[in-house]
Design a protein around this ligand. Structure first.
Ligand code: NAD
Length: 355
């Protein structure tokens, strides 16, 4: 199991170091993990003048999975667009053909009061939003500006999904549902959009391969409403790029803490890039303040989705739950009377809980 580790910038190296400790426990207990680090983002620019240096891309291609910290920082803001750290993210996703973005929104009972919703609505919430990442109106052609017949300027984009694009993301959705609660909700706008009518038709066809999974369909406006009204009704939600962009951010806020949210982006062979949903937090970088749990939980997703090591994934997740139960809190999730700890101490606590 070869893992390319791209720590990146800001808090990236600090939080990756904690995930590293956790994976080291599993390695010592017999999992054949091989980790190799490479510069990426601003660190890539500093080392090689490129946010995704050739040597880093080569390592990422050769690896089975990529574990990333985060990239970016104010010192890189004045660089030309193609040299900026964020270009490293966009390019690696494209180069590795990562089309499926998995964003779990899980609320540990211990943190239910951090949500802006009532604790009873979100306590124990565990849903997964699956967003198609490389198609839809974000990439459809033609797009541009023009002057219409009335002489008025207008802008336009094209919403477009091919059958193969829908089939492959639907497959990931059904397979993810099989590993979880066996319920899949496909979100579209079938009442208005031709693309959505086609989407729904193909998803229904793919469903024939997965009779164990209960499939339902929901309009995106209703899904946005249901996510805040009764989010626990969902298990896995699969949707297109634009609807997924919006719904995954909405769902992440149900948890109330950005430092707790892992993510995965997968290709057609379940090779994946795993990273926390947050950025490089330059405001707290180097201060031992960052919450490493999103990165540690991203490593758990890696074990589950790329390596099929469900037991190891559960072991990490159970350890995270245990440390929260023991009252360990980094500053971002701190409440009075809890045990306030730094990044390193939180990593150590998870390692201890795994033993
Ligand atoms: P951010 O997510 O880095 O930070 C937003 C706020 O959340 C900050 O107050 C930060 O301190 C806090 N925060 C984030 N992660 C935390 C953690 N693990 N523990 C505790 N607090 C945490 O977003 P931003 O400030 O908009 O962006 C900062 C930089 O990150 C920018 O350069 C941006 O481009 C980049 N960025 C990178 C990624 C990525 O690498 N995938 C994603 C988003 C933003």
């Amino acid at each position: 199991m070869k893992i390319a580790v791209l720590a990146g910038d800001g808090i990236g190296p600090e939080i990756i170091a904690q995930a590293h400790k956790v994976l080291e426990v599993l390695r010592r207990d017999g999992l054949k993990l091989e980790l190799e680090a490479a510069p990426y983002g601003g660190a890539g620019y500093d080392a090689h003048g490129d946010p995704l240096p050739e040597s880093t891309l080569k390592l990422a291609r050769a690896a089975d999975a990529v574990l990333c910290g985060a990239v970016g920082g104010p010192q890189y803001d004045a660089l030309p667009r193609e040299k900026r750290p964020e270009q490293g993210i966009l390019r690696i996703r494209k180069e590795l053909q990562l089309f499926a973005n998995l964003r779990p929104a899980k609320v540990f009972e211990e943190l239910a009061s951090a949500s802006s919703l009532k604790p009873e609505l979100v306590a124990g919430l565990d849903i997964l939003i699956l967003r198609e990442l490389t198609g839809d109106i974000y990439f459809g052609e033609p797009r541009g500006r023009r002057t219409n017949a009335r002489g008025e300027r207008e802008g336009y984009d094209t919403m477009l999904y091919s059958e193969s694009e829908i089939r492959r993301i639907a497959d990931v959705g059904f397979q993810a549902a099989m590993k979880r609660g066996k319920k899949l909700t496909s979100v579209d706008k079938e009442n208005v959009l031709e693309t959505s009518r086609f989407w729904r038709e193909i998803v229904k066809d793919v469903a024939k391969k997965y009779p164990q999974v209960e499939l339902s369909h929901m309009y995106v406006d209703n899904a946005a409403m249901q996510l805040v009204r009764n989010p626990k009704q969902f298990d896995v939600i699969v949707t297109g790029n634009m609807f997924g962009d919006i719904l995954s951010d909405e769902a992440s806020m149900l948890t109330g803490s950005i430092g707790m949210l892992p993510s995965a982006s997968l290709d057609a062979n379940n090779k994946g890039l795993y990273e926390p949903a947050h950025g490089s937090a330059p405001d707290i970088a180097g201060k031992n303040l960052a919450n490493p749990l999103a990165t540690i939980l991203s490593a758990a997703m890696m074990l589950r989705y790329t390596f099929n090591e469900e037991e190891a994934a559960k072991r990490i997740e159970a350890a995270v739950k245990k440390v929260l139960g023991q009252g360990y809190r980094t500053a971002d999730i701190y409440e009075t009377e809890m045990r306030r700890v730094g990044t390193i101490e939180m990593g150590d606590a998870v390692v201890a809980a795994m033993q």
